[in-house]
Structure formats: C-alpha cells, structure tokens
Design a protein around this ligand. Structure first.
Ligand SMILES: NC(=O)c1ccc[n+]([C@@H]2O[C@H](COP(=O)([O-])OP(=O)(O)OC[C@H]3O[C@@H](n4cnc5c(N)ncnc54)[C@H](OP(=O)(O)O)[C@@H]3O)[C@@H](O)[C@H]2O)c1
Length: 280
C-alpha cells in the first residue's frame, strides 16, 4: 500500500484531500494540533493521526524524524497554511505567516527528502493570494514580516511565493531521483481559516471586490481540493516537477510569474538566514 502524509488533514481542504487519497487506496497519515479532530479524521479515512503544531519548527522536525524512521514515503502533501487578519508570532518567535506558509513545509520536506520513495511525490499547496501582491507595494524578501502596512492576503501570498521559489529549486534537485515536486492552488474554499476573514485582510484597492471574494470562499473544500488531488495522483504528471496545478487542473503559470531570478535569490537568502538562527 502506498503511504501518504497530509499536513492539516484533519479539517478544511486537507481533510478533503485525505479522504480522496484514502479512497484511492493510500495509507494516509493526517497531521494537526487537535486530538479530537485528529481522531475523527483518522477514523473516517481509516488512517492515522499524528499530533503536531506545525507553526513550531521543533515539532516539525520531531514529526519528520518519526516519519523518516518509518521507511519510504510515497506522497507528501504540505497543505497547512493560510492567511490571518492580524500578523502573529509563533511561540518560537518567528513570523507566523511566513513560518506556516513557507518555513514549516520547507523544514518538513527537507527532513523527509531522503525518505521519499523513487516515483514519489511532493505536492505543496499554494494560493491565489499571490495574485494580490501587486496591490500591496514593492515585493521584497528583506525580512520575514512585511514592512509597512500589513494585509493578510498579500502577506500570505508573499510567503507562498517564497515557497514556490523553494518548490522550483527542489523540483530540479529531485528530478534525477525520480521524485516529482509539484504545487497546487485550490483557489478558495469554505474552511476554518477562511471563516476568520474580514475585509481588513485585503489591501484597500481590493475591498470593492469583497463580496466576490466571499462568494469564492463558499466553495466546498471537496471542490477546491481537486487540483491538489490531481497533482498528487495523476500518473501523467510524473516527471513534470515544478508544475503549478491550478483551476480546472490547468497549469497556473501566473503564480510563478512574479519570481524574477533576483527575487528567487532574495527569498532563498532570507530563508537560509532565518533558519540558520531558528534551527541553531
Ligand atoms: N481556504 C481557502 O480559500 C484557500 C485558498 C487558497 C489557498 N488555500 C491554502 O490551502 C491550504 C489549506 O487551507 P484551509 O483553508 O483548508 O486551512 P485551515 O482551515 O486552516 O485548515 C485546517 C486544517 O489545518 C490544521 N492546522 C491549522 N493550523 C495548524 C498548525 N499550526 N499545525 C498543524 N495543523 C494545523 C487544522 O487542524 P488543527 O486546527 O487541529 O490544528 C486542520 O487540519 C493552505 O495552505 C491555504 O493557504 C486555502
């Protein structure tokens, strides 16, 4: 039986992904913070729940060590992430938005790279919030938290874009080993994270479109999960590392477009500098 891990697989889009993978015959491990939600999800998918707060890099590393000790992994879906109305700081002192959307899935993935089975896959869940970046001023990677006014949607998009830079790099690194690294964008869905959104989360220029945005986040998670499940399971995508799967299973090239070589380098430098301190 193929083994899959879905972070945040106990609710929202991740649970919809976990259900589909279980139905497709994977032995699925879901990760989340809450034991009750975890037990319910594990029961529903006839899989396993592992508890970890993925905003804490110590817990990310402990989870990775446990998973790595269990032998080859066929599929890793790094799904946990989101956007928040107010900036927040993790209990380890890192910016919460940048950590949960980028540093945490990067640390988990890096610590599992050697455990990925030949023919295996990594699917990083990205976000159309990247599209809001041009409305939020200069795009830069000098510090983990955005300078100036904070708006949750572009702050999340900025972290997701840094993660896409990592995905492109990792896809190249692992291509020779037969491991395919993809990203997938669910666009929007009615989930616990989306339920916390208020108009302050978007830059003022986007507020006239708030009703449309709220309409989007009524999409059932099962529908939004489709590009992720497609990226995770479609055999034709083997070897297509670096692809971002978007709406209607089409390539979402626009999401990587802002990544100039200079921005990619800046994101990688900021990531390395931050992790060098955080993981000391
Ligand atoms: N919803 C949207 O409209 C939308 C749009 C574009 C992209 N996305 C992306 O899709 C992904 C999933 O989004 P979602 O809206 O489904 O998120 P969500 O509502 O926050 O997802 C809930 C799941 O994540 C777990 N989780 C949350 N914080 C966690 C933490 N610190 N450590 C471990 N598990 C945690 C929850 O379990 P516990 O609470 O028990 O920990 C639950 O399993 C994210 O990467 C998001 O950026 C979502």
């Amino acid at each position: 039986m193929k083994k899959a891990v879905v972070t945040g697989g106990t609710g929202g889009i991740g649970l919809a992904v976990a259900r589909s993978l279980a139905a497709a015959g994977y032995e699925v491990t879901v990760v989340g913070r809450d034991e009750t939600r975890g037990a319910a999800a594990a029961k529903e998918i006839d899989g396993r729940f592992l508890r970890a707060d993925l905003s804490l890099l110590t817990e990310v590393r402990a989870l990775a060590a446990r998973l790595a000790g269990e032998g080859p992994l066929d599929l890793l879906v790094t799904n946990v992430g989101g956007m928040w109305v107010r900036p927040w700081t993790t209990a380890e002192g890192l910016d919460g938005v940048f950590t949960l959307n980028h540093l945490s899935p990067l640390v988990l993935t890096e610590n599992l790279v050697d455990s990925l089975a030949p023919g295996g896959r990594v699917v990083a869940v990205t976000s159309a919030s990247i599209g809001s970046l041009p409305l939020a001023g200069e795009l830069e990677y000098r510090e983990t938290r955005v300078a100036g006014d904070y708006y949750g949607m572009p702050a999340s998009g900025r972290a997701k874009l840094a993660h896409l830079a990592y995905v492109l790099d990792l896809a190249d690194r692992l291509a020779g080993r037969g491991v395919t690294v993809l990203a997938a964008d669910p666009r929007h869905a009615a989930t616990p994270n989306a339920a916390e959104m208020t108009p302050e989360i978007v830059p003022p220029a986007l507020r006239p479109h708030w009703d449309d945005i709220m309409l989007g986040v009524q999409t059932p998670p099962e529908v939004a999960a489709d590009p992720i499940i497609w990226a995770a399971t479609n055999p034709d995508l083997a070897g297509r590392g670096g692809l971002v799967v978007g709406l209607d299973r089409e390539p979402a090239d626009a999401l990587v477009q802002p990544l100039t070589p200079a921005l990619r380098e800046a994101a990688a430098l900021l990531t390395a500098r931050t992790l060098a301190v955080a993981l000391r």
